[in-house]
Design a protein around this ligand. Structure first.
Ligand code: NAD
Length: 308
């Protein structure tokens, strides 16, 4: 089978080597398309691929249409909102992600962002410590749980909100389950977002929630920009001159936010939550293993799209 690794933002070299080793050992061929700049390059490369490994690359219905032999797509990472699941299901193409493989990298960045904002974005002036402060974890999944554990280790109080995780599980971890999002926002100095971008969560973080933050409250976003209602974020930052926003995924209006709110907002220049050598290798190798297992035994353990 031909396995195409298509990454506009390439994997670390060690990850590519590992993917190649796993796939060739299982008798497959690997093709590499890195740093492509036009959609047409992907459409051409995918034409004879049986399997596709991507990172944040867009796998649109047009890409699926061009991939006449495609049987499986693996998103090396957690969020799979870059893949057209319906188009894949219609063609009976299996879509998988690699859950948990880059979670530690993202969790470390979330903690770093809390410290960075507490220390005036590393500029002169008196900052504050995160010890003794409260962080609310919005979505207690792979990343959220790791942020909680690291925050507890740093002496923070931790609350969490996740309607799909039992309160008992949170309590076992030393985390206070929030009764509602509103309660969590009103009690936490930091809110760390770990919700996936879904029809339900898109644009769901807006003025009403942000207005509940206590004095100096800070929203930390290592999830997706789409979950933020940007117009309402801007209004909240305007009306509440004490609250702050730090993100790994620049808002569409980030330049305006930077201009208007200075050090109260910060966006990483390019999404870097999963940009560690370790996360690259973990997610890349997991993707390769999942594909070789699928071709060998039909294993669909990490399938995220509906079966036809
Ligand atoms: P995960 O699938 O392990 O966890 C997601 C959690 O969200 C689950 O526990 C689920 O119950 C919960 N959830 C779903 N809908 C919810 C809602 N409406 N309210 C509250 N909780 C809800 O995913 P993860 O590995 O923890 O990653 C979380 C998100 O982080 C991903 O979806 C992705 O968007 C983002 N991410 C970003 C980067 C980055 O580079 N910045 C890297 C990896 C993941």
């Amino acid at each position: 089978m031909k396995i195409l690794v298509a990454t506009e933002k390439p994997f670390a070299a060690a990850a590519v080597n590992g993917i190649r080793e796993i796939c060739t050992a299982a008798g497959h061929e690997v093709a590499l398309l890195e740093k492509y700049t036009a959609k047409e390059q992907l459409l051409e490369a995918v034409a004879d691929a049986d399997a596709l490994i991507v990172r944040s690359d867009k796998v649109s219905p047009e890409v699926i249409d061009a991939a006449k032999r495609l049987k499986i797509v693996v998103r090396a990472g957690a969020g799979y909102d870059n893949i057209s699941l319906d188009a894949c299901t219609a063609r009976e193409i299996v879509v998988m992600n690699t859950p948990g493989q880059n979670s530690n990298a993202v969790a470390e960045l979330a903690v770093a962002m809390m410290i960075f904002m507490s220390r005036n974005c590393f500029t002169p002036g008196t900052g504050s410590e995160i010890k003794g402060k409260t962080v609310g974890i919005q979505a207690y999944g792979n990343v959220g749980r790791l942020v909680a554990a690291k925050a507890i280790a740093l002496g923070m109080e931790v609350m969490a909100y996740d309607p799909f995780v039992p309160a008992e599980k949170m309590k076992e971890d030393g985390v206070t389950p929030a009764e509602s999002l509103e309660q969590m926002y009103s009690r936490c100095n930091f809110i760390s977002l770990h919700i996936p971008a879904t029809p339900e969560t898109r644009g769901s973080i807006g003025y009403d929630l942000l207005s509940l933050l206590p004095a100096g409250g800070c929203l930390v976003n290592t999830a997706r920009k789409e979950v933020i209602n940007e117009a309402e974020l801007e209004k909240a930052l305007t009306d509440r001159t004490d609250i702050r926003y730090v993100t790994d995924i620049a808002a569409d209006c980030q330049a305006e936010l930077n201009e208007k709110f200075g050090k109260r907002v910060f966006a990483t220049p390019k999404k870097m939550g999963a940009e560690t050598a370790e996360a690259n290798i973990n997610a890349g190798l997991a993707a390769a293993r999942q594909i070789t297992e699928y071709f060998a035994s039909g294993c669909t353990r990490f399938q995220v799209n509906a079966k036809k």
